[in-house]
Design a protein around this ligand. Structure first.
Ligand code: CAA
Length: 258
């Protein structure tokens, strides 16, 4: 398989659909696959015509984790110098909204990848978990922090210490996912959410994403300061003038992204 095909990219107007494409390895996140994913994500982020990105998996998994076979013989220095896991931070740094459409297993790094996205929807057969403990390691791409914020400390601790998984339905109950749908309608549901977001002002969407992210990454005081800064900033945009004028004139707004 060529490196190019590890992530398939489909552009549908303002929506980019990125499909992890190592189904024979349950989309295990090899360094080459991650590099390809980052390349696609950063290209989408730089392309003004793309407003929303969807990540999904080919076959029966979203992703069954970092590639165990690629790490099995690594030394700590190999892991450090290769940046094998550290460079995943570039996925979480994408400025545009990213929707994870979780179509099956989201385990270990696969669960962490989903949690780096902004919205997670899941098919009924999806499973989430951090089973690294079964391999004699712990999550290394955010699982201990993001799963704990999503599920609360006690359920997250249980999952991370036992390696157990949870169903899509339980993930919904905890707010880790926002919607569960039959496998055949998962992508259409992701498209529907993406289209709704794509019709908004991309500036407002980007600054809203940044502010909401702060709720998990900083103190409430700092988060409120960033929210207020972004709120003020949007009054410098043509989109704010257009959005409010359209409301007053009782018509649909036409956002330009300026
Ligand atoms: N890395 C490399 N290969 C993997 C993989 C992974 N994470 N997960 C699955 N595969 C491969 C299997 O080795 C197998 O390949 P072969 O056909 O060549 O043997 C193929 O995918 C299909 O997998 P299974 O035969 O195991 O499928 P199954 O239906 O019996 O089991 C499963 C499915 C329960 C998800 C099982 O594959 C599994 O437990 N996978 C590993 C899950 C895991 O431990 N993830 C954490 C990885 S470490 C990590 O992610 C660190 C981090 O925080 C960044």
């Amino acid at each position: 398989m060529s490196e190019e095909s590890l992530v398939l990219s489909t552009i549908e107007g303002p929506i980019a659909i990125l499909t992890l494409n190592r189904p024979q390895a349950l989309n295990a996140l090899s360094p080459a696959l991650i590099d390809d994913l980052i390349r696609h994500l950063e290209a989408c982020d730089a392309d003004d015509s793309i407003r929303v990105i969807i990540i999904t998996g080919a076959g029966r998994a979203f992703a069954a984790g970092a590639d165990i076979k690629a790490m099995a013989n690594a030394t700590p220095i190999d892991m450090l110098t290769s940046g094998m896991i550290a460079r995943w931070a570039r996925i979480a740094a994408v400025r545009k909204p990213v929707i994870a459409a979780v179509n099956g297993y989201a385990l270990g790094g696969g669960c962490e990848l989903a949690m780096m996205c902004d919205i997670i929807i899941a098919s009924e057969n999806a499973q989430f978990g951090q089973p690294e403990i079964n391999l004699g390691i712990i999550p290394g791409a955010g699982g201990t922090q993001r799963l704990t914020r999503a599920l609360g400390p006690y359920r997250a601790m249980e999952l991370i210490l036992t390696g157990a998984t949870i169903s899509a339905q339980e993930a919904l109950t905890h707010g880790l996912v926002c919607r569960v749908c039959p496998p055949e309608s998962l992508l259409d549901e992701a498209r529907r959410i993406a289209q709704t977001i794509a019709a908004k002002s991309p500036l407002a969407v980007q600054l809203a994403k940044e502010a909401v992210r702060m709720a998990a990454e900083t103190t409430v005081r700092e988060g409120l300061a960033i929210e207020l800064r972004n709120f003020y900033l949007l009054f410098a945009s043509a989109d704010q003038k257009e959005g409010m004028q359209a409301f007053i004139e009782k018509r649909a707004p036409n956002f330009s992204g300026r």
